[in-house]
Write a protein that binds this ligand. Sequence first.
Ligand code: NAP
Length: 310
Amino acid sequence: MASHSPLDMFEIGAGTSAWGDARAWRYGRTYRDADLKAAFDAAIGSGVRLFDTAEIYGFGRSESLLGRYMAATGQPVSVATKFFPYPWRVAASELLAALRRSLARLGVTQVALYQIHWPLGPRSPAFWMEPLAAAVAEGLVKEVGVSNYSAPQMRTAFEQLAARGARLASNQVEYSLLRRGAEFNGVLDACRELNVKLIAYRPLATGLLSGKYTPDAPPPGVRRLRYRKTLLSNLAPLVMLLEEIGWANGNRTRNQVALNWLICQGALPIPGAISAAQASENAGATGWRLKPADVATLSEASLRFTPRQR
Ligand SMILES: NC(=O)c1ccc[n+]([C@@H]2O[C@H](COP(=O)([O-])OP(=O)(O)OC[C@H]3O[C@@H](n4cnc5c(N)ncnc54)[C@H](OP(=O)(O)O)[C@@H]3O)[C@@H](O)[C@H]2O)c1
């Protein structure tokens, strides 16, 4: 992607939606705050400098934990957080008020990126561009973005921001080798055309691409409902291919290959990690590139083995 987004300075970020989530058991996860702190420290130690959070993650707890961990590290950290357009939020001023609460939880005076979490009504997705531009003008955020916006919605957001002297830096959508919708619904093309960074959420398909889940050992919790047995069976050849390509590229892990494939598409993956080991492994997806032939092989194989993913 010949992009010049201000977010190009980040090869990878770290997702924190699981942090502070009191309902983590729904995903079959048990971990303590100490594990998250260890994940944060490991990510920082491996060179990760961007953390993605949202006011709704853990109802503010993800931002608070991140703020606490950032205060304890001597390293510069960039934060991307999000405004949730709850249906009762109808005034533009609510965006700046919510942003100030996020900044207070994070313990900072500015975030690197502020995103509209979903294009939900009653206000139109474009309505929020005016207060987003105001947030830039006030110096509360460096860049602004959207999330889960369709191609036409992001084009409108782009124009509305440009009319106010601001730029759309990103659209955060689900994108992985198991979810290729962005390639077929116009979002990836629009990002490339407008120099808007595609931030890829659930880049590991919530852990499936690690290969640790199989039809006999399905993922726990709600993920079992999300990914059916047929997908888990079809996944096996793709997981094997990730392993082979990883081995041929200097012993990279399956996760690292899956994340690097996204980086090669021009996307910025933000894998979630709930342990130090996961965080450092995921950071190892950076600093190298798959060969174009490997990228093409993975692209073809993911559609062949797991075709119902648009
Ligand atoms: N904008 C939006 O609407 C939206 C929606 C969803 C997510 N997001 C963002 O995207 C981020 C990432 O999404 P996600 O966390 O749902 O999915 P993900 O990054 O695809 O998967 C993360 C999960 O995979 C497993 N995992 C991670 N690294 C691993 C490794 N090296 N080896 C083995 N397993 C590993 C862990 O779960 P287990 O250990 O339990 O398997 C981890 O919680 C979120 O944190 C959030 O910031 C945004």
